[in-house]
Structure formats: C-alpha cells, structure tokens
Write a protein that binds this ligand. Structure first.
Ligand code: HAM
Length: 430
C-alpha cells in the first residue's frame, strides 16, 4: 500500500502543539466565563443551504459540500455563525435576550494552503444575540482584546469599519445587492480597481466612485480625526453618516480600555451577513487576520426566526498559535510530569500495577514501564521522558511494604513506605 499522509491543508497536531492549542482554548473558555458566555456544541455537518445562505462567494465556493446517502446536499461547516443563527431562530427562539453563546471547534474550507491557512482550522467563536446597542458591539471587541492579552500577544491591532458606510452609499446609487456583494468581495481582496469598475457597470455615479476611492485611502489610528475625515466625504449619504456615528459610539465605549484601533473604511469582509461594525485583528509578524467579526442583524430572521440583532467574533486559534510562537509569548503549556513506575522484575508486575493504580486513585499521574526493559534501561527511558521521580518496586523493599523512590534530578534515592508514597509525591508537586 502507498504511504499515507494527511490530506493537503489538513494536519496532525503532535502532543506539544496540541498542548499549546488546548491552553489557548483554555484562555478562550476563561474569557467566556468572565463575560458570561455559555458553551454550545453544534454539528460539524449542516445543510448546504443553511451554510451557503450568506457565506459570500469566497467561502461558498470553498465549502466541502456533497450529497449524503439520503440524497441531501450537506457541507462541513466553514464557520459557526450560521449554525448559531439557526439555533437561535429555531430552538432558542423564546429564550430571553440577550443570549451569550460560545463554541470551540474545527471548521473546513477548501482554501489554498499557506502559512496560517489550512483546510481544517480551529476557532473560538462568541455570539451576543438580541441587542442592537453599541454596548453589545463593544463587549465583543473587549472580550477579544482580553483574549489576545491572555494568550500573551503584543502589538496586535484591531482594524475596524462599519459595513453600513459602503452599503448605504452603494444602495443610494441604486447598486443592486448582488452587485454590492461582489464589489465588497473584491474590496475584501484589495482589488479596488476591479470593484470600482464593477460599481460603475452597476450604475454608480462618477461622484460616488470618487467618494469610494477617497474612502479607501483614509485609514489610521487617530480615531477621531479619521472619523471626521470620513464624515466630510460621505455627508451626502445620510445613512452612511448614521453608520459612521454608530461606529464612533462603539469606539467611544472602548476608548478607555487601551485597544489599539485602526479605522479603515475601505475594508470589507468576505461574509455577506454583516450589517454593522466589522473588524479583524492583526499582529505585525503575520499579514493574515487572527480574528474577525462584526454585527449581523438579519441572519436569524433569514433562517425563520424573529427579527434578532446580533454581533459576534471568531478567533482563529491556529493563527493565534502561530503568532504566540512567532512572538515567543510566555504561554504556559501543561507538560506531562508523571512519575515513572518500574517493577524490577516480571513477577512483581501485579504489585507494580497495584501501586500505580493506588497512586492514580490519589490523583498522582504515573507512567508505568510496559516494555519489559531491565531496570537500567527503564531508568534511562524515564530520564529521557523527563520523569522527575521514579518508583522502583523491588522484592526486598516489598517485604517491608516499601518501595524505592528515586529523584531523577538529584540522582538520589530513598526507601519509602507504600502508604506514604502518594502524599510524598504530591508534596513533591507531582
Ligand atoms: P472569518 O473572518 O471568516 O469570520 O474567520 C475568522 C477567523 O478564522 C479568521 O480571522 C482566521 O483567523 C480564521 N480562519 C479563517 N479561515 C482560515 C483558514 N483557512 N485557516 C486558518 N484560519 C482561518 C468568521 O468565520 C465569522 N463566522 C466570524 C463571526 C462570528 N462574525 C460574527 N460572528
């Protein structure tokens, strides 16, 4: 048989990487606890129609979609938001608002693999459902900030805009929604010239194109002056000004909390359901977004629920892992630090297993020698694995209900009573 490898864009996480992913996940769970979000688990496989509804061209064409054996068109989820909106529209429709939910899991997109871009990747995803207030948007920004800080990242920046600025302008110009979506997709890929010519073809005036071109140029971290500049440009588009004011209010609410914000009104996101603020998080070391989110006030309704405003974010855990590694962020990962246990001959195996099980019942982790090696070899192996202590079960000591406990760092050993062993190991920090 040929040598099997993981599929392109898929990867195995070895124990150290898994440890890092899990400790990042742990930080996401801690953030969820601090802000009152409750975890839900939704299926990896959903109806294609649900996932495709507002995913946007880019994500839609990259879904792992297929017919199941019942002939239904299904797909592996490329994101969580559609599933959460379904849950709220159907199962949680009578739940008092706001609803705060989070999920952690793997997502699937047939993206072109490159640094930080995989076909199976991980997100922690937070959704705040039922409020159309700026306080809700600010909470999503603040919890993302807290998460980035908690994993030890430095120098990260929030790129923000409000999709209502561009959509209101396009709408006033009579650009149909479908053309708006395509133009925003192009802008998401920074293909501004193509976006402008598409808008021209869709009926936008020269004045509008000039405004859009100028908007794209304005960006910066001096929030108030950037917002003022944009306002000047969009004065003739009343709804765009309204969107800008909403963005200003959200940014005002997070102002005192040291978020590093860059306003970039020409920025768009690939997903089509956004109606309000949109944002992404970047670190200087990587030119791909570590997180992305925004407000989507019509998705729940689209899936048959009550009109329900909502805002949320997804943190890309693979990319956060990469950023943590690039920055050497001091995120502690739990290392296996079990004690090793060696029965010094085969006939002592039952006694060895009994002692190991007794220790585990007391909460002490034990790695049992199972390779049938001689004591010297087994000790070498325990050393290689970084076992700080080794329990040697020997004939002579057993007659006195004792074992030998060896300190691998100090290279010293002592005889200890079996009944005291668990407490001694615990006191030693095992
Ligand atoms: P998104 O921007 O498509 O948004 O994805 C969020 C994050 O997932 C990205 O910023 C990135 O870190 C990570 N990500 C996306 N694709 C890949 C990939 N191929 N490989 C590795 N990481 C990737 C959403 O998914 C929305 N559901 C966010 C949201 C929640 N909006 C409102 N609520």
């Amino acid at each position: 048989m040929s040598e099997f490898r993981t599929l392109r864009g898929m990867r195995d996480f070895l124990p150290d990487e898994t440890g890092l992913l899990r400790s990042i996940e742990g930080k996401a769970r801690e953030v969820a606890r601090l802000y009152g979000y409750r975890e839900v688990i939704t299926p990896v496989l959903e109806s294609y129609e649900l996932l495709a509804a507002k995913a946007g061209e880019e994500v839609r064409t990259r879904m792992y979609a297929f017919k199941d054996l019942g002939g239904r068109m299904v797909a592996l989820r490329p994101e969580f938001t559609a599933s959460i909106a379904r849950l709220v529209a159907v199962t949680l429709r009578n739940e008092p608002k706001p609803i705060r939910l989070y999920c952690i899991g793997s997502l699937y997109r047939y993206d072109e693999p490159q640094k930080g871009r995989f076909r199976e990747f991980w997100q922690s995803n937070f959704e705040l459902i039922g409020s159309d207030k700026a306080e809700a948007d600010s909470e999503i920004l603040l919890l993302t900030n807290r998460f980035m800080k908690a994993v030890g990242l430095k120098g990260y920046v929030f790129k923000v805009s409000h999709i209502g600025i561009l959509r209101s302008i396009f709408g006033r110009e009579g650009v149909a929604e479908d053309a708006q979506n395509r133009a925003l997709q192009l802008m998401d890929k920074k293909m501004y010239d193509e976006a402008l010519s598409l808008l021209r073809d869709a009926g936008a005036s020269e004045k509008c194109l000039k405004t859009v071109k100028e908007i794209v140029e304005i960006k910066g971290s001096n929030v108030n002056s950037i917002l003022a500049e944009i306002e000047k440009l969009i004065q003739d588009y009343e709804e765009a000004v309204y969107a800008l004011k909403n963005l200003a209010r959200i940014l005002k609410l997070v102002e005192a909390h040291a978020l590093n914000v860059t306003v970039d009104a020409g920025f768009a996101r690939g997903l089509e359901y956004y109606t309000g603020i949109i944002f992404e998080v970047y670190v200087p070391e990587l030119n791909i977004a570590l997180a992305g989110g925004g407000r989507y006030d019509r998705l729940v309704e689209l899936f048959g629920g009550e009109p329900t405003p909502a805002v949320g974010v997804a943190h890309g855990l693979d990319r956060i892992m990469l950023a943590v590694q690039e920055q050497n962020a001091p995120l502690e990962t739990r290392k296996a630090n079990a004690a090793a246990l060696i029965a010094t001959n085969e006939t002592l195996a039952p006694e060895g297993i009994r002692i190991a099980e007794m220790l585990r019942s007391e909460g002490v982790p034990v790695e049992m020698e199972v390779m049938g090696r001689r004591v010297t070899k087994a000790l070498e192996d325990a050393d290689r694995r970084g076992a700080p202590y080794v329990v040697l079960v020997g004939e002579k000591e057993l007659t006195e209900n004792s074992v030998v406990l060896r300190d691998m760092h100090k290279k010293q050993q002592q005889v200890v009573k079996i009944e005291d062993l668990a407490k001694i190991l615990k006191d030693l920090g095992i």
